[in-house]
Design a protein around this ligand. Sequence first.
Ligand code: TMP
Ligand code: ASP
Length: 265
Amino acid sequence: MDFLKPRLHRMNRRRRIYEGKAKVLYEGPEPGTLVQHFKDDATAFNAKKHEVIEGKGVLNNRISEYIFLRLNEIGVPTHFMRRINMREQLIREVEIIPLEVVVRNVAAGSLSTRLGIEEGTQLPRSIIEFYYKNDALNDPMVSEEHITAFGWASPQEIDDVMALAIRVNDFLTGLFLGVGIRLVDFKIECGRLWEGDNMRIVVADEISPDSCRLWDVKSNEKMDKDRFRKDLGGMIEAYTEVARRLGVIQEGESALAAAGPRLVK
Ligand code: TMP
Ligand code: ASP
């Protein structure tokens, strides 16, 4: 496999800043930038369940690019700069606030379990929840009291994060409804972007079917990572359909074809 060597060599030299369950962050080409690489790994229940789903990284890269571009267009600040290739995007380096910010419109998942509300019940209003990002602790739910007392974010930053979360929710609800998809809930992560002495909070990480619950409006069919969590199968087909409806990939195009030639082991 000599022909692969130069490429692998170059990739190995790139400094790896962080490796998560579904993504890797590399040093970017300029100071203050990073390369966000989408892997095919799917995990659930704090990585107790793990599989490699070929093509998922390509789909999430494209879907997340599309969503972040649309958010940037309406003035919701994000870390996204541009997509580099099928699996990677250039992002601004931010200081991640260690919170998973969940917005819910319809009862599902842990909310249904915790409060005994039937999955699919429309909530009286959108609900924002915070979880402390800590795998060792299984991302426990926390309140604003915990967040400010332990210094994870200031009261002003929490306000900014909540305002962003609500704007993202309003925008995405409409965007998905327009293509026949119900936005049940989603998770975002936010970061501090420093520009000289000024700091602002921006949306970071990714927004994709890995981090949202998306149900087909007509059939209620799940088009998100619950297909993996609940062993429903058809995960790539569902993600591909989300990408198709958003116009991110064309009719007949598949994620694998879009990924270009690949090495068959
Ligand atoms: P939950 O119902 O399991 O709390 O999830 C709420 C939303 O947050 C759902 O859209 C999936 C997303 N989520 C993540 O993106 N990462 C996670 O680690 C968890 C637990 C949920
Ligand atoms: N992403 C988390 C994990 O790897 C949990 C989830 O999404 O269900 O376990």
